[in-house]
Design a protein around this ligand. Structure first.
Ligand code: FAD
Length: 332
């Protein structure tokens, strides 16, 4: 990517630096921030080896119609061998964790809480009804004085998961550092999150945040025993066909589950019952249980993408059972 050269930065990162750019982009991976789009939105051009072994180059400038379909592509179009990303001058970030925000207040003051920093995440287990708010500032921007919506700044470093060492996390307590060592929650050389876990995430239109929080609070006593933690973030709209934030500013509800798929499955169904009617779209890189019909309704450009995949790969060289289930054109 060239980012090893000093002085360059991406606008945002996911919660961990351990993932590859190609894998994160292919699955629509995102961080948080009212004005921050997912990582795939930084892609200006890509090169891939297609099903015939031919090298194809696509760019936003040269292929404005197809390009938004080819970036979050689930590996279905070919093997990405090169990515050109939009960068900006390197910047520093500081972060503080604010503890004890009630979920009722989070829902009521949603916009203010998520506007309190460049990148903001709220962690909760849904029961008890409290959240910790991780606020990341680009240095130079004004830090909120004192509390965020009544939540008070932590005086010791925190980990999003109770019982895990805060040492695994990037520096907190307002200590400035380079963008790549503050925007992710987890440090590159250490175990991210719990390590042994399942994950799910759903992105909804941002205006549904309060309703979704109320519905998830109602599920709280069932969710909490199977959760390591849950993270609420905001993601800015983009134009990438398979992006869960396609054409809508979004609120994202992430769940870090214990590693027990049988126990988690009924909860995914309950969460989807609660959130799909609000316009939820699942994160492609995490567990979900939507039927193909539900997915087709939730993802507006799924059929266009299926046609694009068919065009790039008519014999299905890059198709697997999962893609065959998800993509409508291949269900025939
Ligand atoms: C601890 C943890 C924290 C996470 N935090 C976040 C987060 O903050 N935000 C978020 O949105 N997600 C998050 N995720 C999910 C994660 O970003 C996705 O699972 C992402 O796909 C992982 O990247 P990877 O490099 O491991 O992908 P891989 O598993 O290697 O790849 C994912 C898919 O991408 C495609 N792919 C990979 N490489 C290529 C290539 N060269 N060409 C074509 N297709 C390719 C393939 O279809 C592949 O199946 C997290 C996951 C974990 C485990």
């Amino acid at each position: 990517m060239g980012l090893e050269r000093p002085g360059l930065a991406l606008a945002n990162l996911a919660s961990l630096p351990h993932i590859s750019a190609a894998g994160a982009i292919a699955t629509g991976t995102h961080g948080s921030g009212d004005h921050n789009q997912g990582l795939a939105s930084a892609v200006l051009a890509l090169e891939l080896v297609d099903a015939d072994g031919e090298l194809r180059e696509l760019s936003r400038d040269a292929d404005p119609v197809l390009f938004p379909g080819a970036v979050v592509a689930l590996g279905a179009l070919g093997v990405v061998t090169e990515l050109t990303l939009a960068v900006e001058p390197a910047y520093d970030v500081s972060q503080r964790v604010h503890l004890g925000l009630s979920l009722e207040r989070l829902a009521a003051d949603f916009d203010a809480v998520f506007a309190s920093g460049y990148s903001v995440s709220a962690f909760t287990s849904w029961d008890p009804d409290r959240a910790a708010v991780w606020v990341k500032h680009r240095t130079g921007a004004a830090e909120p004085a004192g509390s965020v919506a009544g939540a008070v700044p932590a005086t010791t470093p925190q980990h999003p998961i109770g019982g895990m060492p805060a040492h695994n996390c990037t520096a907190q307590l307002g200590e400035p550092g380079p963008w790549h060592d503050r925007l992710p929650h987890f440090r590159a050389a250490f175990t991210p999150s719990r390590g042994d876990e399942l994950q799910s995430e759903y992105l909804l239109p941002r205006e549904q945040a309060a309703t979704a929080i109320a519905r998830l609070r109602a599920l709280g006593p069932r969710l909490a025993p199977l959760l390591h933690t849950s993270e609420i973030r905001t993601v800015a709209a983009d134009d990438l066909w398979l992006s869960p934030a396609y054409r809508r500013d979004s609120v994202a509800f992430h769940f870090t589950w214990i590693a027990d798929p049988t126990a988690v499955a009924p909860l995914l169904a309950s969460i989807e019952d609660a959130l799909l009617p609000l316009g939820a779209r699942p994160h492609w890189g995490k567990l979900f249980s939507c039927t193909p019909e539900q997915l087709d309704r939730a993802v507006p450009r799924l059929r266009d993408f299926a046609a694009l995949a068919q065009d790039f790969d008519p014999k299905g060289k890059f198709r697997n059972d999962l893609l065959a289930t998800w993509l409508p054109a291949s269900q025939a």
